[in-house]
Ligand binder design. Structure first.
Ligand code: ARG
Length: 581
């Protein structure tokens, strides 16, 4: 089913174009540039006239004559050199809203050829707490995961844990330096492990021999020497358990918890394939692949470093092979900081050169940074990196200020209030992120982002809760949903807005841009508010109108809930607000 109005009108135009022997590829329609003149327009006559060397108005006239025969249109006119203006009849529009209200997907289109999409986002690292830089990958990645699933693709999300590089050797060698051996590793929790990592970092920067030692131990881990490998397994497990808590709180879902370590065997294969195909060469002890320099000047890809270690690039190339062989990916989408663009450009080009994943589509969705008020990457007051946990806590504290205290409202004890605080704080954080274009960075707003007014997540949640209460009241007065009737301009505007959902989600999918959805959710909530100001349910002029408005309200509520879901945001049934907040 596809109840997009553009689609439905396009179908009608295609039939007319065929009848008139005109090329149907010019039968496209779009929302009118002049909503005061018409709802939709078709500009095809202009392009056709050029090809057929005819007068565009004449062609437009022929098409318009046919359109006029269709009762679904209230008004057809020709404007300027040959634009065809199309306005829908209220009946047709109302009927379409009825159909949307009956469909659990609101008549939204699906992709024609569903594909298997592997999504790589999250990208946490062993022994490092998630910080604000990880926020966007989780928030944007999860939203795109949900959008891709909604349009009909099969999505497999993989966190791609950073668990295999020199940091692993650094941590273990620091532990050995302090403890004498690895016998106590099993007892260390995430805080202790992170502390070792920080100390190792400082030491390796200053001391070449410490660095050397760390490299040596990294190879021991990678060669799976039992003592080292076992210790590493503990580091990994503790880290995974820790970040899982964070991702759960963010409601980011990963089907797979694979890491760089899982690509180790495949890395060896890649090196062999590259050698066999004569694509790699040895340069200063390292095995490298040079990229096509006619495209642009890029540094070569280092497969194996001169010390024999496998690097970040090789791991990603090897992981592509696994995603093709084992997961049968048609497409791989990476949601990673845009500062890694060159890395992915190199990785994709090598994967193509080696032909390890034929016909797979690669996409790096690079996001900009989350910044502080100074426009630089967000920091804590003392200049350190802001942990994700602290950022979430900060947001919750802010939201708590606008809610009643536990037990101030009947039925809302500590547990219920805290649940609401979490739902609103997450909405505030995520919406603030997803209302921006992915590629641009944004300033994390600490004052307005959690407000119930303006373009915020809590505003949309509040709009939903308000409709919930409208619906409860109507039901308590025995009003039932009935056929949609368009009785005034605000109803018509809202109906046209509602009808855009299919196109909006499709566009968010093709452009990989959740901000298209957040923009729409905001304008739909506003259109509802305008509608409801003039179209009361309880004081409707007739029972039929009350029933129609109840159905429209319910539909808008369901759509808003769906849109927030696609942004990774929950919709509480009820929203409380502190008196005079
Ligand atoms: N762990 C990496 C980092 O912190 C991000 C991983 C992104 N994904 C990937 N397949 N390279 O930079």
């Amino acid at each position: 089913m596809n109840l997009s109005l553009e689609h439905l009108i396009n179908q009608k135009l295609i039939a007319i174009f065929s009848l008139l022997n005109l090329d149907t590829k010019f039968a496209a329609v779009k929302v009118s540039d002049r909503p005061d003149l018409s709802d939709f327009q078709c500009n095809g006559a202009l392009a056709l006239a050029k090809i057929e060397r005819k007068n565009p108005r004449e062609i437009a006239n022929l098409i318009a004559q046919e359109l006029q025969k269709d009762e679904d249109f209230a008004k057809i006119s020709i404007d300027g050199p040959g634009f065809i203006n199309i306005s829908l009849s209220d009946k047709f529009l109302a009927h379409n809203i009825d159909k949307m209200a009956e469909d659990k997907n609101f008549g939204c289109a699906k992709v024609e050829n569903p594909s298997r999409v592997v999504m790589d986002f999250g990208g946490p690292n062993v022994a490092k707490a998630l910080h604000v830089g990880h926020l966007r990958s989780a928030v944007v990645g999860e939203s795109i995961r949900r959008i891709e699933t909604f349009v009909g693709n099969t999505v497999i999300s993989d966190v791609h844990f950073g668990d295999w590089g020199t940091p692993m050797g650094m941590i273990l060698s620091e532990i050995i330096r302090q403890d004498g051996d690895l016998s106590k590793v099993d007892t260390y929790d995430i805080k202790q492990i992170s502390a070792f990592y920080k100390q190792a970092n400082i030491r390796c920067k200053e001391d070449e021999s410490a660095k050397e030692q760390a490299r040596l131990i990294t190879t021991k881990i990678q060669d799976k020497e039992p003592e080292f490998y076992k210790a590493w397994e503990h580091l990994r497990k503790v880290s995974v358990d820790d970040v899982k808590k964070n991702y759960n709180e963010l409601d980011a879902h990963f089907d797979l918890w694979l890491g760089e370590s899982d690509a180790h065997e495949s890395c060896k294969e890649i090196v062999m394939i590259a050698q066999e195909k004569g694509i790699s060469e040895v340069d200063d002890g390292a095995t490298i692949i040079r990229l096509d320099e006619t495209k642009s000047q890029r540094p070569p890809v280092i497969l194996v470093k001169s010390d024999g270690g496998f690097g970040y690039q090789l791991t990603d190339i090897a992981t592509i092979k696994m995603r093709y062989d084992d997961l049968k990916a048609d497409e791989i989408i990476y949601v990673v900081d845009k500062r890694q663009s060159l890395h992915f450009e190199q990785v994709f080009e090598v994967a193509e050169k080696l032909n390890i994943a034929p016909n797979v589509k690669f996409l790096h969705i690079g996001f900009g940074t989350v910044n502080g008020a100074d426009g630089k990457p967000f920091k804590t007051r003392d200049g350190g990196v802001m942990n994700l946990e602290d950022l979430i806590k900060l947001s919750k504290d802010k939201v708590r200020e606008s809610l009643p205290l536990p037990n101030e409202v009947e039925g809302y004890g500590e547990k219920e209030i805290e649940k609401m605080v979490t739902q609103i704080a997450m909405a505030a954080i995520k919406f603030q992120d997803l209302k921006n274009n992915i590629a641009s960075g944004y300033i994390f707003e600490l004052d307005d982002f959690a407000k119930f007014e303006g373009k915020t997540g809590p505003y949309i949640q509040y709009a939903i809760a308000r409709i919930n209460s409208i619906i409860r009241k109507a039901q308590a007065n025995n009003i039932k949903e009935g056929n949609v009737i368009i009785s005034n301009q605000e109803e018509k505007d809202l109906a046209l807005k509602i009808s855009q959902i299919s196109n909006v989600i499709m566009r968010a999918h093709t452009e990989h841009e959740p901000s298209i959805i957040s923009d729409y959710a905001y304008s739909l909530a506003q259109a509802f508010s305008t509608f409801y100001n003039v179209s009361s349910i309880m004081n409707a002029e007739s029972e039929e109108l009350a029933s129609s408005r109840l159905k429209i309200s319910r539909l808008v509520r369901d759509i808003l809930v769906q849109l927030l879901y696609l942004l990774g945001i929950e919709s509480p049934e009820v929203m409380l607000k502190k008196q005079n907040a």
